[in-house]
Design a protein around this ligand. Structure first.
Ligand SMILES: Cc1cc2nc3c(=O)[nH]c(=O)nc-3n(C[C@H](O)[C@H](O)[C@H](O)COP(=O)(O)O)c2cc1C
Length: 247
């Protein structure tokens, strides 16, 4: 091919390929290598690797569904890092390296959810108390703020004891515009909350399978929870999942 003077046919072919890629990316998110919410890669933040997830547990999905309960009391005992990693993977982990698709379904594969982990003082073995963000593409945490803020999170969650008693709290936030730019109002009103439900049920079932305890918390002050998680103003918190060892 003459690079300096490409033929009309070459130009038409290149334009066609570019348009096809764009269409596939818009519909399926196929060619996106930097996934939504990966802004931490642009900043110097401390990364905390998580052990690779176990993709073949011992508990059947039927047993996990049948035994699942909302559990609000926890032992004062830390989780292990692999347990934290497993819970986050179940909620939003990447399950196909080729497509970037994740453990929970997402309208248009636009992945509007961001997970923050509030690690308390009885939190996670080998992990400092603080606020972390899960980065699904790398299956790692980025550390945002040090310090135990669970008592503040409890206050923001209408003083629900489970939030402070748990080893950790997973805060599920949503970046609505990732979905509304394609699906408009329907995306915000329906798809995004549906996706939080999918991720949340995965957290429940994974906790059950690991013999841990969790409960979905929907009653809280949105702005306070968002600020405590250190999430930007374009994110809305939809759920808190306290997780700990069973009492
Ligand atoms: C959208 C939603 C919000 C919820 N919010 C809370 C909450 O703020 N606090 C709480 O203790 N439980 C909360 N729950 C848990 C329910 O109370 C619980 O699912 C229900 O009692 C049924 O019990 P089970 O989950 O053990 O089957 C919530 C559940 C859902 C689905």
């Amino acid at each position: 091919m003459d690079i300096e003077h490409p033929s009309r046919r070459t130009i038409v072919t290149l334009v066609a390929v570019a348009l096809l890629s764009l269409a596939l990316d818009l519909v399926f998110g196929v060619f996106r290598t930097v996934r939504p919410g990966d802004s931490d890669s642009l900043h110097a933040v401390e990364s905390v690797p998580l052990p690779p997830p176990n993709e073949a547990g011992d508990v059947s999905v039927e047993a996990a569904i049948s035994d699942r309960r909302s559990r609000r009391q926890y032992e004062i005992e830390p989780l292990e890092r692999h347990e934290l990693g497993q819970l986050l993977w179940a909620a939003q982990g990447v399950t196909s390296r080729t497509s970037g698709y994740r453990a929970a379904p997402s309208a248009g594969a636009l992945y509007p959810l961001e997970l923050y982990v509030i690690v308390g003082s009885s939190g996670v073995d080998g992990l400092e108390s603080g606020v972390y963000r899960y980065r699904p593409e790398r299956h790692e945490l980025s550390k945002r703020e040090p310090g135990d803020i669970q008592s503040h999170l409890r206050a923001a969650a209408l003083d629900q004891e489970s939030v402070e008693a748990a080893a950790i709290d997973i805060v599920v936030c949503a970046v609505d515009e990732r979905t509304t730019r394609k699906y408009g109002r329907r995306g915000e009103r329906r798809y995004v909350p549906m996706e939080a439900g999918h991720a949340g049920e995965n957290i429940y079932l994974q906790a059950e399978s690991l013999g841990l305890a969790t409960v979905s918390i929907g009653a809280f002050d949105d702005d306070s929870v968002r600020e405590l998680a250190g999430a930007p103003t374009n994110q809305r918190p939809l759920y808190i999942f306290p997780v700990g060892r069973r009492d």
